[in-house]
Design a binder for this molecule. Structure first.
Ligand code: DSN
Length: 414
């Protein structure tokens, strides 16, 4: 960072402060992680200087001798990691990746069917405020009011009645594995394309602890920076028959030149995810979610679906008489960072909902195991029991910071 320091002291200081924050806090935002130093270095390489619209061997600018190799390496590694027939590594992030899929398969006004945002879906799965809900006729399915699980028969009924051209399976706040075979059956019955957005659990799929959607879906999107622990970006995987449509939709459909520094960092991350240690990481992410769930349940927290079998936990705080926002802000002051989140059938508004969402991908990357998750659960209980107790919260923040120092975060050298 010496050059940044020389040129721009203000940004240097802010980066250093963020490094310190990431080092000293327990980061439980379910979509975040710590990348390795190798991924960070590739992200900051000279590859950022190059334009390369098009695909390897068919570019619109000269000078692609190296970039073509970088992109092909990233593609080959992603194919090996996920067993995909075709991979496009150019999407800038998850939202453009999903938009490219819609462009490839749909016309404006076509019907799509995705998980409702307040039930754990994603903005790009048809939320009315997003282009996916404005340009398409977006229908949604939700969770069973009885137990918070997906009710596949009601998804089938919904699909039969709205006849979507495309069904989306995927979420940003569902603590359970999805039944891809069931989704495939429903899609086949109504003649829909099946898109699986596995952004949240891609690392678990890569590590072999979560069923892979690849054999079932026509197309799979994922960001690369969540449980997969790569740079901020996304990839699209599909059957060979859809390859040309997907590639054309990404470029020139919605994007210009790919971010080559990100492509290189993805290739590095895929190499890391292909190593045997990544399987241990993925297993530990899930074991940590179970350990944290068990601790929270011991303190009478109401977990949506009663627990977790991925990296994610959704807590309904109604019985604790504290809102998600108050809880999230108090925990942040205590050095435990998560986000407030709607819970199924939430009676409160999305900007001040009844729940919080927790994830174990980032803390697992810094070496937390079951014993640490028990400690984290104890702190969460203490803070949520007394969210206005500033003295208690400052004491916990100090304990959290010194605890974190025993578990150095990857990519951060303080
Ligand atoms: N914003 C991400 C999340 O937190 O789940 C999804 O894009």
């Amino acid at each position: 960072m010496n050059e940044v320091k020389k040129v721009d002291q203000e940004i240097y200081d802010l980066i250093k402060q963020e490094e310190r924050r990431q080092a000293d806090k327990i980061r439980l935002i379910a979509s975040e992680n710590y990348v390795s130093s190798a991924v960070l270095e590739a992200t900051s390489s000279v590859l950022t200087n190059k334009y390369s619209e098009g695909y390897a061997g068919k570019r619109y600018y000269e000078g692609q001798q190296i970039i073509d190799q970088v992109e092909e390496l990233a593609i080959e590694r992603a194919k090996e990691l996920f067993g995909a027939e075709h991979v496009n590594v150019q999407p800038y992030s998850g939202s453009p990746a999903n938009l490219a899929v819609y462009l490839a398969f749909l016309k404006p006004g076509d019907t799509i069917l995705g998980m409702a945002l307040p039930h754990g879906g994603h903005l790009t799965h048809g939320a009315k405020v997003s282009i996916s809900g404005k340009y398409f006729n977006a229908e949604s399915y939700g969770l069973s009011p009885d137990n918070g699980f997906l009710d596949y028969e009601s998804i089938r009924e919904k699909a039969r009645s709205c006849k979507p051209a495309l069904i989306i399976a995927g979420h940003s706040a569902y603590p359970r594995e999805l039944d891809f075979e069931y989704f495939r059956e429903i899609a086949d019955e109504v003649g829909a394309i099946l898109l699986v957005d596995m952004a949240h659990f891609a690392g678990l799929v890569a590590g072999g602890v979560h069923q892979s959607p690849i054999p079932y879906a026509d197309v799979v999107t994922t960001t690369t920076h969540k449980s997969l622990r790569g740079p901020r970006g996304a990839i699209i995987m599909c059957k060979q028959e859809h390859a040309a449509a997907i590639d054309k939709a990404v470029f020139p459909g919605i994007q210009g030149g790919p971010h080559n520094h990100t492509t290189a960092a993805m290739a590095v991350a895929f190499k890391e995810a292909l190593a045997p240690e990544f399987k241990d990481y993925a297993r530990q992410v899930v074991d940590n979610a179970v350990a944290l769930s068990d601790t929270l349940k011991k303190w009478d927290f109401d977990l949506v679906t009663g627990g977790s079998d991925n990296h994610l936990i959704l807590v309904d705080l109604t019985n604790k008489e504290v809102t998600g926002k108050i809880a999230a802000k108090a925990l942040d002051r205590a050095g435990i960072v998560l986000n407030y989140n709607a819970v199924p059938n939430d009676k409160r508004k999305p900007f001040d909902p009844s729940g919080v969402r927790l994830g174990t991908a980032a803390v697992t990357s810094r070496g937390f195991r079951e014993a640490q998750m028990v400690q984290v659960g104890e702190w969460i209980n203490a803070v949520i029991s007394e969210p206005e107790n500033d003295r208690l919260i400052s004491e916990i923040a100090e304990d959290v910071a010194s605890y974190c120092r025993e578990f150095p975060a990857p990519g951060i050298d303080i």
